[in-house]
Design a protein around this ligand. Sequence first.
Ligand SMILES: Cc1cc2nc3c(=O)[nH]c(=O)nc-3n(C[C@H](O)[C@H](O)[C@H](O)COP(=O)(O)OP(=O)(O)OC[C@H]3O[C@@H](n4cnc5c(N)ncnc54)[C@H](O)[C@@H]3O)c2cc1C
Length: 437
Amino acid sequence: MTSEVDVAVIGGGFSGTMAAVQLGRRGLKAALIDGSGRMGRGVAYSTREPAHVLNVRAEVMSAWPEDLEDFSRQVVAEGGTPKDFAERRRFGRYMDEVLGDALESGQVEPVAATAVRAQRQGDGWIVTLDDGRGIKARALVLAIGNQDPAPMPFAQGISPNRFVNNPWGPDARAADDRLAGTDKTVLLIGTGLTAVDHVLALDAHGHHGRITMLSRRGQVPRGHILYEPWPVEAQDVPLGNVLKVWRWLRKRAGQGNWRAAVDAMRPHTSMVWRSWDAEQQGRFMRHARPFWDVHRHRIATEVAERMKQLIGNGQLQIAAGRIKAMRETADGVEVEVCARGACKVETRTFDTVINCTGPLHAMEQTENPVIRQMLDDGLVAVDRIGIGLKVDETDRAGERVWAMGPVTKGNYWEIIAVPDIRGQAARVAEDIEMELK
Ligand SMILES: Cc1cc2nc3c(=O)[nH]c(=O)nc-3n(C[C@H](O)[C@H](O)[C@H](O)COP(=O)(O)OP(=O)(O)OC[C@H]3O[C@@H](n4cnc5c(N)ncnc54)[C@H](O)[C@@H]3O)c2cc1C
């Protein structure tokens, strides 16, 4: 059975949903394909956990680039303020409405399935789904989100109830539920936003055992505070060299509020990223990124406060070091860690270990079936440093195929948050409209 639409959008998280909705607004019929059960909300906003709040204020979370207060108006109507860090599930409900309106209009058709193949047919595409159905489309949008983390070689063979590789999957939710109310020890590998999410979920569910967050540098996202913006003009930002911009930014941060200095880079990050060659981009990824991430992608003020309390009462420990080995024992997972700056190896046993190191950054290793096949068939290609798909200035990844969201980070670097993606969705929809009409 094959249905026919103007555009097939693969992936129904924030990126794909906004692409489909924007296409619908332009009179194009879109099929929104997502078999995860999270259509509209995606990975980030399908959490059920009230302690998971947005990591930016409500005032910047509108789905619409032309109506920036759309979400914060709802928050205010419910007694909040635009400066609130609303619950992520509240934003999820907002996205349910955005998608619901589009479904009601008949312009967007939900398809609860996984796309396994996409092949050229005439000027357009035929997408094959895992249930055997086909969708014929004049254009294709790839909005598949972040890739699941790569398996950790040293964790091979450890049972999934002791070692959880995907921190956003059902095993991770089951681990948080299983640990609720217990004093069992937990190791979170990674000290970024994903690890913070797990600390919050465990804390909210009465877990009172020791949690260790471990990464090579032990850098944790900083907290938000209100500050006076301190914009910078594009022509003042050094281009072409990572070290040059890094030194300039550190100097500027030292002269005033560092948060204001870092956030002032937001309109310019893509320009800076593109001014670097592949070697400079690789250098940034290896050396600067861990520091950039924790200063740029901050946590809500109340989350930072709770983390501080947990560290203060000894329940949470932040460690810097490298894992040398791991094995399952009768008591849990025995982990050998080499602390940063020391060559001594310490061995500790944890009840549960969760991999919070972030998504797979090597697109060539993707196991997403449709992307794997499209790469193998030469229909799309990997970007020059291998972290996503190669796209042009209009986000075209090939003949009548566009890519959106985190898979385009090789082109923009920062295309992972709502304020960036909502603009990209509108631009992609406009480009598709021009192509098809
Ligand atoms: C935990 C978390 C919290 C965040 N918090 C914030 C925040 O507070 N503010 C902010 O601005 N940004 C935040 N972000 C960043 C950003 O909003 C999200 O990354 C963004 O929503 C990305 O959406 P996406 O649609 O590209 O990806 P995803 O949400 O991952 O959605 C992709 C979807 O595609 C589906 N898919 C993949 N392959 C196929 C296939 N072959 N066939 C069918 N479907 C497929 C997947 O199942 C998934 O449902 C957060 C991100 C995360 C992970």
